[in-house]
Write a protein that binds this ligand. Structure first.
Ligand code: ZN
Length: 203
């Protein structure tokens, strides 16, 4: 399975990293080996001095699909989650400046946190989901899917024109503003519509 991630999907986050606003979604892939095993602590890798958290709403794909139209996109997922797209920002900045792929900065072991899954039927409107990340009990990121430049169904349609979606693939829908560095002994927890979705210790 693969993790398909969207970059720059919230205007305020684009501004905080002084990136250009994209004309179409930015896609990258994390390998399945980047998934942090459930219940494990996150160890800051020795090759980075600036690992950032990015809290994101997740969508789990439930069947194979290609060239999916926006209208039929909802039939390809039943479950919504919340996770973290850990990013070695120093490495990413260096690779970006050289025009090289970001994979090392985004796809390293443990760089994908996946919380619990909730049936999409539990939510009235997937385009109005509020989510937050707390660091040591303090609110550091607040998101609302209504602020996405491209919404879930548009993303599924767009992504599936390039990559065949398979059962179990997970879509990371992009992070809102407020990304920041993690340090040893930090404690991160994420909530979606007020419900705790994951908690993780940083080492
Ligand atoms: Zn991200």
């Amino acid at each position: 399975m693969k993790l398909i991630c969207i970059g720059r999907n919230y205007a305020e986050h684009i501004d905080e990293l002084q990136n250009e606003r994209p004309r179409e979604p930015i896609i990258f892939i994390k390998p399945d080996s980047s998934i942090l095993p459930k219940g494990q602590d996150f160890y800051i890798p020795e090759f980075s001095k600036n690992v950032h958290y990015e809290v994101e709403v997740l969508v789990k794909i439930k069947k194979v699909g290609k060239h999916i139209s926006k209208k039929f996109a909802p039939t390809y997922y039943d479950e919504i989650g919340l996770g973290i797209d850990f990013t070695a920002r120093d490495l990413q900045a260096d690779l970006k400046s050289k025009g090289l792929p970001w994979e090392k900065a985004k796809g390293f072991d443990g760089a994908a946190v996946i919380g619990k899954w909730i049936s999409k039927d539990m939510y009235e409107n997937l385009d109005k989901l509020k989510f937050s990340l707390l660091k040591n009990g303090e609110n550091v990121q607040n998101g609302d899917t209504s602020l996405m430049l491209w919404k879930i169904d548009e993303l599924i349609s767009y992504v599936s024109t390039y990559f065949m979606l398979k059962k179990g693939d997970i879509l990371f829908t992009g992070t809102p503003a407020g990304v920041g560095k993690v340090s040893p002994n930090d404690y991160l927890s994420g909530t979606l519509e007020g419900e705790k979705m994951f908690a993780i210790n940083i080492k």
